[in-house]
Design a protein around this ligand. Structure first.
Ligand SMILES: Nc1ncnc2c1ncn2[C@@H]1O[C@H](COP(=O)(O)OP(=O)(O)OP(=O)(O)O)[C@@H](O)[C@H]1O
Length: 468
């Protein structure tokens, strides 16, 4: 329902006389009388309104259009880019979609002499749309803004799961250490973010370290960070936030593992040392979630080429397998001691018995669009919250977790524990390695037998995230 008066302008569109009016649904354009043309640009598709160079005080409206529905898994972008030149746009539209003054991507081109622009395209994220979305949507927007690869930004396309970390180490970190301002456009899911965070925090930083500003175009499967920071919520793939958002410090946690913890890669077939280390103990940083139990298992088990074809459905499919194993056995009861600290120096408080189903500490509200894991979490509020339940049977666990799709009602269920915490500690009592897998923002860390992990927020920032 419309809540504000429509805003009107008479003038021209692409040089021809037109009437434009803007309301809560979008921009309605009409040309000519009687049998003239009428069309609407939906509000959710509007990226931004910029000054058009050639028209001096005129405007360009940048927006997305839906492509004919691509077949699942064919790697084609669902959206492409259009722009419209109009000297006079309805004032409310021009005001509401004005780009942020701090935004490198719409600032004066002279900025390129002291700000470095980077575009990172993570081809392995989500269902593999990043390359086509870059060429059909993002690059045309950048060209429209007068930005060209090689001149105003460098482009890096990933070829392996170490590409983002490598690029960060080789290009972004040295400049950040020299105090150079950098704006990064990252086309990826949460994984690209966690790769950059861990690389920046595990290497040496100088006193001049200048935090890069990162705009995330959410192209992963869950996109928890984007869904919880107001980056999504329109139909522009994060481009509106990139142009209109402001940089905000990304809250981070540190997970310190017992010696011997390893990162599992290549569908769990290979292991690697973690990037970070403190006092000989492996360390991982995250911005979204650290979990053990059903959540970590379903993330780990569904990270295969086969499952990835199903997009976000892969999480539900793996959850069914974990909660209702095909041999009809009950879901696994995860054995270990879980404890939390409610205040910095307070006593450790033991959670539940030594059998658990779900142990998840998070900063974010949603783990995927509509799956509200922590309803009290506000965008980038930096508060770590624990969601926990014990050893429930498959149907009970399914009933509880289904309520997360109803706006986070699971936290009202008496079987679920939900609280703000300062620190989480897990001491693992599992014999089999697969039950000692911990998820840190989608990455999987396997802890050694008898090992432990401790998780707490840190003050340190790696970069600023452009958010609304
Ligand atoms: N060309 C590639 N080959 C192999 N791995 C890649 C390639 N490009 C990216 N990757 C890896 O794929 C993973 C993609 O993770 P990312 O989080 O971006 O997507 P996702 O898991 O689908 O989404 P989300 O974490 O938001 O659910 C990252 O670990 C990244 O390093």
């Amino acid at each position: 329902m419309s809540t504000q008066k429509p805003s009107l302008a008479k003038g021209t569109v692409e040089g021809k006389p037109a009437t434009l009016h803007f309301d809560d649904h979008g921009l309605h354009c009409s040309r000519g009388q009687g049998n003239g043309t009428e069309w609407t640009i939906q509000k959710q598709n509007i990226i931004s309104v910029t000054q058009a160079d050639l028209l001096k005080d005129g405007h360009s409206l940048l927006y997305t259009v839906e492509n004919a529905r691509p077949k699942d898994g064919d790697g084609a972008s669902p959206l492409s880019f259009e722009s419209m030149r109009a000297p006079h746009l309805p004032p409310r539209l021009a005001k509401e979609f004005k780009p942020s003054e701090q935004c490198y991507w719409v600032g004066p081109r002279e900025l390129a002499s002291f700000v470095k622009g980077h575009v990172i395209i993570s081809t392995g994220s989500g269902t593999g749309l990043a390359s086509d979305i870059f060429s059909q949507l993002v690059e045309p927007v950048l060209h429209n803004l007068g930005l060209f690869a090689g001149e105003h930004f460098s482009t890096h396309t990933t070829s392996s799961d170490t590409s983002v970390a490598q690029y960060t180490r080789d290009f972004i970190l040295p400049d950040a250490n020299d105090g150079v301002q950098q704006s990064v456009l990252l086309l990826s899911g949460d994984g690209g973010i966690v790769d950059i965070v861990n690389t920046l925090l595990s290497e040496k930083r100088t006193n001049w370290f200048t935090k890069p500003k990162i705009s995330l175009l959410p192209l992963g499967t869950g996109n928890a960070l984007a869904n919880s920071s107001g980056i999504t919520g329109d139909n522009t793939m994060g481009l509106r936030t990139m142009l209109q958002g402001t940089p905000k410090q990304l809250p981070l946690f540190r997970a310190i593992f017992s010696p011997g913890a390893r990162l599992l890669v290549n569908e769990g077939r290979e292991e690697r040392p973690l990037q970070g280390e403190i006092d000989d103990r492996p360390v991982a940083h995250g911005a979204v979630v650290c979990s053990w139990g059903h959540h970590a298992t379903l993330v780990a088990d569904s990270d295969t080429t086969e499952y990835r074809k199903f997009g976000a459905e892969r999480f539900k499919m793996a959850a069914m397998e974990a909660l209702f194993p095909s041999d009809r056995s009950p879901p696994h009861a995860y054995k270990g001691q879980v404890s939390v600290r409610r205040s910095g120096e307070g006593a450790w408080e033991v959670i539940g018995t030594n059998e658990h189903g779900y142990v998840l500490a998070t900063f974010v509200n949603q783990l995927e669009a509509g799956f509200t894991i922590s309803p009290a979490s506000k965008p980038l509020d930096g508060k770590l919250r624990l969601v926990h339940f014990g050893n429930l049977n498959g149907q009970e666990a399914m009933d509880v977790m289904s309520k997360a799709y109803q706006g986070g009602k699971h936290v009202e269920d008496e079987r679920v524990g939900y609280k703000e915490i300062e620190a989480l500690k897990i001491v693992f009592e599992e014999e089999e390695a697969r039950w000692r897998r911990v998820c840190v923002d989608g990455k999987i860390v396997r802890v050694e037998k008898g090992g432990c992990v401790e998780v707490r927020p840190i003050e340190d920032g790696a970069f600023d995230l452009v958010a609304r």
